[in-house]
Design a protein around this ligand. Structure first.
Ligand SMILES: *Cc1c(COP(=O)(O)O)cnc(C)c1O
Length: 237
């Protein structure tokens, strides 16, 4: 079966392969089975492909662009799906994001957090990850991982806002690195995560690892990997 340029059978097979990689990595790096969640990143893919993945028991999905995500979320309404926003946040989109998503992984300034909190009409708090970046200029978004002062200030500020629950940190390191370099980046994020918890924050989520670096991320404590192309196929730009 083929739909919207997506081969459904290969999506099913790739999803199985990704699940296997996660199980293997948990085993290999001494992580308890089932402690790494899979977020299926469905940006650029049609609802038909998302449905196939959902039918295979996948419940959480990530999208990066509000305009693209809304029609898909609406078309799939009523299904047991949880939507995570993982893209850059424009301040004029915070209300829509707060309304349609259960999680936001890409918060890197207090003003955005304040708007999400003020505009959230949800019963349960909106789950937030603070986005950090490695100091290598490959990413614009995020607070620099070495900027302890800003990280602590922002984390505490977010944790005090009503209607939000600060869950942890998210990072998108540079692609195409060798395993040890990948691991080193993830380790620095894990160290920040641990320091914030020693500081009294009750964080439980390390959102790190994508199609090409999920093993290194799991080795360094990731609790949620965000996987797009390894499930759905290569995106055409
Ligand atoms: C696109 C995207 C992903 C998925 O990347 P793949 O390499 O396709 O797995 C994960 N996280 C974020 C923030 C993304 O924008």
């Amino acid at each position: 079966m083929d739909s919207g340029g997506v081969n459904m059978e290969s999506v099913r097979m790739r999803l199985q392969a990704v699940r296997q990689r996660i199980v293997q990595a948990e085993r290999c790096y001494g992580r308890s089975p089932g402690t790494v969640a899979l977020l299926a990143v469905s940006k650029t893919w049609p609802t038909s492909a998302i449905q196939v993945v959902h039918q295979e028991g996948q419940g959480i999905f990530g999208e990066s662009y509000v305009q693209e995500a809304l029609p898909k979320i609406e078309a799939l309404q009523g299904r047991d799906m949880e939507w995570h926003f993982i893209g850059p946040i424009q301040s004029n989109k915070t209300s829509t994001i707060a309304q349609h998503f259960a999680w936001v992984h890409s918060v890197d300034r207090e003003q955005i957090a304040q708007r999400l909190s003020a505009q959230s009409q949800r019963v349960s708090p909106l789950n937030i990850c603070l986005q950090v970046k490695m100091g290598d200029e490959t990413q614009k978004a995020g607070v620099d991982v070495s900027d302890q002062v800003t990280l602590r200030k922002l984390a505490h500020a977010i944790s005090r806002l009503p209607h939000l629950k600060l869950r942890g940190l998210m990072v998108i390191p540079a692609p195409l690195q060798d395993f040890d370099t990948q691991r080193h980046a993830f380790r620095r994020v894990r160290e920040v995560f641990e320091r914030l918890n020693e500081d009294g924050l009750d964080l439980d989520t390390l959102s790190m690892g994508m199609s090409n670096d999920l093993e290194a991320a799991i080795a360094e404590g990731s609790t949620l990997v965000r996987i797009g192309s390894a499930i759905f196929g290569e995106r055409t730009p």
